[in-house]
Every structure is written in structure tokens, then in C-alpha cells.
Design a protein around this ligand. Structure first.
Ligand SMILES: *[C@@H]1O[C@H](CO)[C@@H](O)[C@H](O)[C@H]1NC(C)=O
Ligand SMILES: *[C@@H]1O[C@H](CO)[C@@H](O)[C@H](O)[C@H]1NC(C)=O
Length: 329
């Protein structure tokens, strides 16, 4: 039994949203970011939250003007929207995915940490509260250790203590004016649980053909499953897609598995926003034997290069136009 790679997505059944632009835009952005991360990273796992990035960029967008604003909108795929339409969408999206029910918990928290004495426009504060429900906290960034502790405490408070040490004192110094922090927390249970006594150690073949021993969870049950062709017509040109729902059926995880001889890297270029939708629409409920590696992933990603590759460049230079934030021209 060998796996070569596993590609998984957390899929929100966001049909409730009245607009179709939304899903596709975020899916498109997710795929683009994934490809850039894959291109810049080594052979590592990739873990990131497009939702979190979209919200953080939305907050930044509220502060931007002129060409800086234009760049952000273009990179995020908002060109076809009339100015400002994306904010209502981001607000609706946050409301829609937020849930604190017995079945699953999803929380989104946004906060602005501002240097004492740094002037923030009243209008910006109102908008960021209105659309992102963001708190504003005043801090002294020159006390970088104290600030890092404070922000980390805030993040912990908003993620049921799951996310610790998000920022480090090295991230701040006396010239820091502002930190926009966004935390997304999700906790769900599989609708059909894997029983611990069915977990066995298997050898897992990585993309570089090295083998590792890992605990593999197992269950047999009815799941949404489908087989798709990568179009190559060759043996091994088939890959599998499995959707495992969380309790409540509002959220599921989609797993994509290439055939044994096929490296994940040959499958990745196929993945497009539209294809993800096609998978979701084509998988059929059937009896499946599922083996799934038990895993924990923790990762730190510097998004600067990814955002630059997507076209967000001005915010990283000195004369970024963030006049909507400061209220000063
Ligand atoms: C920022 O953009 C606004 C709107 O286009 C413009 O009026 C202003 O002069 C720009 N400010 C800076 C500092 O570039
Ligand atoms: C974290 O939560 C505790 C307990 O509710 C509270 O006293 C503290 O002020 C919170 N810290 C931050 C930074 O939000």
C-alpha cells in the first residue's frame, strides 16, 4: 500500500450565497496561490487559508487608494465588480461560514493593532468595523516583546488556544505603525468517525520515492467518490476524488489522490477553480474503503512573494498609497 501524494481541500457548501462570482473568485485565487506556493517552496506540505488571506487583503484594501488600491483589487479578482461590492460579499461570507453550533465551530476574528499616537481615519475605522467586525487595539510597537505577547494572547483567545505564538517580537520594531491580524478557527468532527482501533501503521511512499511509516486511519462506509481522467489515456491517468463530510454536512473535506505511479506534481497543474466545482458536482455516493494518513501540519508562510507574484507590489514599498487608512493625503 503506497500513496504518492495527497491533495486536500476544505470545501464549504456555499450554495446559500446569492452570487456566483464569490465561490469562483476565491477558488480561482486559492488555486493561483497554491501554484505560486508550490513553485517557491521545497517539497513540503502546503497549508494555507485562502479565506484568511482574502479577509486580510480586504481590510488592507479599505485603507488603500489610487494605484495601490487598483493593484489589490486586480490581484484579488475584483475587477468586474463595481467599487466596494467586494466588501459586502466579504461580510456575507464571514457571516455565512461562522458557526458555533453543536456540529462544528468556525470562527473568524479580525483585529487592528495600531501604534499609540498614529492617526487612523475615522472613516476607515467605521468601515473596518462594519465589514470585518474588527476590533481596534492601541499598542506601543517599540515594546516589541510585550506587543508580540499581547497579539499572541489575542490570537489564542480567538482560536480556542489552538494557535499559539503566531507573531514573534522580530516582526515589530519602533517604525511599525499598524498590524492587521486575522484568525480563522475551524473545528469539526467527521460525520462518520474513524475508529482508533482501526488505525494501523503503513508505509507511505513520498513523491521523492522515500518511504515513511505512518499511522493510517481506516473505515468503510458510504462516501461521495469519483474517478477522473487527467486526459492522458495512459495507465495511471486516472485519479480519485473523495469527499468526506463533517458533522452537519455544511462543510466537507475533499481529497484528491493520484494513482500510485503518478507523482502529485503531474496532477497539480490540472487543478483549476472550475475543476474543483466539477469534482464536487460529479462525485457519487457509494461504498468506499477509506485509508487516510493521520497527520498534523503546521506551517509558517511568508506571503510577500506570493502576493507580489499575484500583482500586489506597491504595498511593499515606501510610497504605497494607504491614505484612506491614515486619512492624510
Ligand atoms: C493616493 O490616491 C489618491 C486617489 O487616487 C490620490 O488623490 C492621492 O494623491 C494619492 N496619494 C499618494 C500619496 O499617492
Ligand atoms: C484574552 O482573554 C482573557 C480572558 O477572557 C482576557 O482577560 C484578556 O484581556 C484577553 N486578551 C486579549 C489580548 O485579548
Amino acid at each position: 500500500m503506497a500513496f504518492l501524494g495527497l491533495f486536500s481541500l476544505l470545501v464549504l457548501q456555499s450554495l446559500a450565497l446569492g452570487t456566483t462570482f464569490t465561490d469562483e473568485t476565491i477558488a480561482e485565487l486559492s488555486v493561483n496561490m497554491y501554484n505560486h506556493l508550490r513553485a517557491t517552496g521545497e517539497d513540503e506540505n502546503i497549508l494555507f487559508s485562502p479565506l484568511s488571506i482574502t479577509l486580510a487583503m480586504g481590510m488592507l484594501e479599505l485603507g488603500a487608494q489610487g494605484s495601490t488600491l487598483k493593484e489589490i483589487r486586480h490581484s484579488m479578482g475584483y475587477d468586474s465588480l463595481t467599487n466596494g461590492e467586494e466588501f459586502s460579499f466579504l461580510k456575507d461570507l464571514s457571516h455565512m461560514v461562522t458557526a458555533e453550533e453543536s456540529q462544528y465551530v468556525m470562527k473568524i476574528a479580525n483585529s487592528l493593532f495600531v501604534q499609540n499616537g498614529f492617526h487612523i481615519s475615522e472613516e476607515f475605522l467605521q468601515m473596518i468595523k462594519k465589514y470585518f467586525n474588527a476590533e481596534v487595539n492601541h499598542v506601543d510597537f517599540s515594546q516589541n516583546v510585550a506587543v508580540a505577547n499581547y497579539i499572541n494572547k489575542w490570537v489564542e483567545n480567538n482560536t480556542n488556544s489552538l494557535l499559539k505564538d503566531l507573531v514573534s517580537p522580530r516582526d515589530f520594531d519602533a517604525v511599525t505603525h499598524l498590524a492587521l491580524i486575522n484568525a480563522v478557527y475551524f473545528k469539526g468532527s467527521w460525520k462518520s468517525q474513524f475508529r482508533p482501533e482501526n488505525t494501523r501503521t503503513f508505509s507511505f511512499t513520498k513523491d521523492d520515492e522515500s518511504e515513511v511509516q505512518i499511522p493510517m486511519m481506516y473505515q468503510q462506509g458510504e462516501f461521495y467518490y469519483g474517478e477522473f481522467s487527467d486526459g492522458s489515456n495512459e495507465a495511471g491517468g486516472i485519479y480519485q476524488v473523495l469527499e468526506i463530510p463533517y458533522e452537519g454536512d455544511a462543510v466537507s473535506m475533499m481529497l484528491v489522490l493520484s494513482r500510485q505511479e503518478v507523482p502529485l506534481a503531474t496532477l497539480e497543474p490540472l487543478v483549476k477553480a472550475q475543476l474543483i466545482e466539477e469534482w464536487a458536482n460529479s462525485v457519487k455516493k457509494q461504498k468506499v474503503e477509506v485509508y487516510l494518513p493521520r497527520f498534523t501540519v503546521e506551517q509558517e508562510i511568508d506571503l510577500k512573494e506570493v502576493l507580489k507574484a499575484l500583482g500586489v507590489t506597491e504595498v511593499f514599498i515606501k510610497n504605497a498609497n494607504l491614505t484612506a487608512l491614515s486619512g492624510r493625503k
